[in-house]
Write a protein that binds this ligand. Structure first.
Ligand code: GLN
Length: 451
């Protein structure tokens, strides 16, 4: 019964959960209560889903991995996607750790705790949805929600051996997702199997009047393509994504996966996405610019962390923000404010928007020739905790292959494609599939046939 499933997961969280550190909050009794009342006639009746700590669930804390919202903020409403999932019978189960305000690739920017890779506890789980990925990878959850601005669903899914899907921009309502970079953010499922991903996606998508960018497009039954042959599908391998800097073990796993796709009937061809080299620089202008405005609401007055005993209003704002935000968030706010300032706006922000248009056009051209694009999800195997913590530029490079789909608004999925032995541990490698706008179905079809 759903109650037993929740009890079993809670027992796992008690026995092994501590060392993995996937959850920031886990209320077993509340979840069991919901589970026991679950309506099993609903499509996902009684299915527990862990939730990243930047998605509002009514009555639960929502800290975004930040001191700014920890210790008291309780969500007064459900996010749009959560309303839909509840209507389908889902039970929210626990709050998963994340990089502060979703800024990072290792979950080490969380102000509230360490999350470890369940395959090798000395390594990072990826980020920013590292808690969700570690929970699913360690069987501390059967499925979870993440958010993806530049790879935060796919990269941790790759590191923890799960399936992570970033839907088309606008597919899933952002109402109730604490905004990082509003033109890039998307919520999506993190699961053990492709089928589970399709089942959750069926109940995540749809128009929501409270998010003006949410799309009024028909939502197909994403499970309809499970089991469908891949014969005749064309896949593109972008030459700019198969470069020398890729870890040889990652490369070997991805090459082997491409062979399997070929055996399944996919026609493979090399393509070019010529503006790929602009993607990281473009993203690290656009995302901080949007973040700097989105995070201006955290002022120590309306809600969140409030500094004690600071003089006038300006000093109060400054002290609250100085004490409440961690170093990476401050770095992004400074960067974003700088590129939006009147003297530099044209040189950086406007230029980045132009580069973004070029990157989007690369995909438009590529999808005239192929039905989907294949690449590694990340160039590296999961790295050691602490290895890149003080090296933000190297950390940014981890997003090389995941950022372009966000800039273009396209759906992309990461699925496990290999295990690599390193230092006595087995590490997971992720394969990324990128699709045409609104064509999550092809990604699900291909991933399921491969799996
Ligand atoms: N690692 C990227 C960043 O730090 C992406 C984060 C995300 O997708 N939320 O911004």
């Amino acid at each position: 019964s759903p109650g037993e499933v929740v009890r079993e997961l809670a027992a796992e969280v008690r026995s092994r959960g501590e060392e993995v550190g996937a959850y920031l909050a886990f209320d077993e009794e509340a979840a069991v209560k919901l589970a026991e009342k679950a309506d099993l006639s609903l499509p996902l009746g009684g299915v527990p889903v862990a939730v990243k700590d930047n998605i509002n669930v009514k009555g639960d804390p929502c800290s975004c991995g930040s001191k700014m919202l920890a210790g008291g903020y309780v969500a007064p409403y459900d996010a749009g996607c959560m309303e839909q999932l509840r209507a389908a019978g889902v039970i929210p189960l626990g709050r998963t750790n994340m990089d502060e305000f979703a800024m990072g690739s290792s979950t080490e920017n969380s102000a509230l705790g360490v999350t470890r890779n369940p395959w090798d506890l000395s390594r990072v789980p990826g980020g920013s949805s590292g808690g969700s990925a570690a929970a699913v990878g360690a069987h501390l959850a059967i499925a979870a929600l993440g958010s993806d601005t530049g790879g935060s669903i796919r990269q941790p899914a790759a590191f923890c051996g799960c399936v992570g899907l970033k839907p088309t921009y606008g597919r899933v309502s952002r109402y109730g997702l604490v905004a990082f970079a509003s033109s890039l953010d998307q919520i999506g499922p993190m699961t053990k199997t492709v089928e589970d991903s399709a089942l959750l996606l069926n109940h995540l998508c749809g128009k929501d009047g409270r998010d003006s960018t949410s799309l009024d497009e028909p939502v197909p039954d994403f499970t309809a393509v499970l089991g469908k042959s891949l014969k005749g599908l064309r896949a593109g391998l972008p030459k700019e994504y198969f470069i020398d800097g890729i870890d040889p073990a990652v490369r070997a796993s991805v090459d082997a996966a491409v062979k399997v796709l070929e055996e399944l009937g996919v026609e493979i061809e090399e393509i070019s996405l010529p503006h790929t080299e602009l993607a990281i620089a473009t993203y690290y202008i656009v995302a901080p610019a949007e973040a700097s405005t989105n995070l201006s609401r955290f002022d120590g007055v309306r809600y969140g962390y409030r500094a004690e005993g600071s003089g006038d209003l300006l000093e109060h704002y400054m002290a609250s923000r100085a004490e409440g935000f961690g170093p990476e968030v401050k770095r992004r706010i400074l960067l974003g404010t700088y590129v939006l300032s009147s003297g530099y706006y044209d040189a950086y922000y406007v230029k980045a928007q132009r580069a973004r248009a070029l990157i989007r056009e690369d995909f438009t051209q590529a999808f005239k020739k192929v039905d989907f694009i294949v690449s590694p999800t990340t160039p590296e195997l999961p790295f050691k905790l602490g290895a890149l913590k003080d090296d933000p530029l190297s950390m940014y490079l981890a997003d090389l292959f995941t950022i372009p789909p966000n800039l273009a608004g396209l759906p992309a999925l990461s699925l496990p494609c290999g295990l690599v032995e390193e230092g006595g541990a087995r590490l997971s490698v992720g394969l990324q599939l990128i699709g045409r706008a609104l064509d999550e179905s092809t990604l699900i079809q291909v991933a399921h046939a491969y799996e």
